[in-house]
Design a protein. Structure first.
Length: 116
């Protein structure tokens, strides 16, 4: 008696839509890398407040009370300062926060600006 191994099948998606990720390049000098950058959070009407607080705690190392204060400032004023970091650290923290938000299906957004 012989046993036949089943041949695996490949299922193609039912859509012809291809999503191309948006890539943004930032060119910055070594001098600018040394300067501090402000991380600013923007308010949106979709991301739950408790999720925002958790992202601030996890990715920016904030205590709960401070994270709540920043979240409420952004909620009422449209944006709030999260912290000031060297450029690469700020960029890494924002990337990680955006990644967690997108994976959870939320449009939570941060941006960087030079701290002058």
């Amino acid at each position: 008696m012989t046993t036949e191994t089943p041949i695996p099948t490949i299922h193609e998606p039912d859509t012809d839509t291809i999503t191309i990720p948006r890539i943004e390049y930032v060119v910055i000098s070594d001098t600018d890398l040394e300067k501090p950058y402000r991380v600013v959070i923007e308010n949106d009407e979709v991301t739950p407040m408790d999720f925002v607080v958790e992202v601030l705690r996890v990715h920016f190392g904030l205590q709960r009370v401070r994270a709540i204060a920043i979240m409420l400032t952004a909620h009422h004023e449209g944006h709030a300062l999260v912290g000031v970091y060297p450029f690469e650290e700020a960029q890494d923290r924002v990337y990680a926060a955006h990644n967690d938000a997108r994976n959870a299906g939320y449009p939570l957004s941060f941006y960087l600006e030079p701290d002058e």
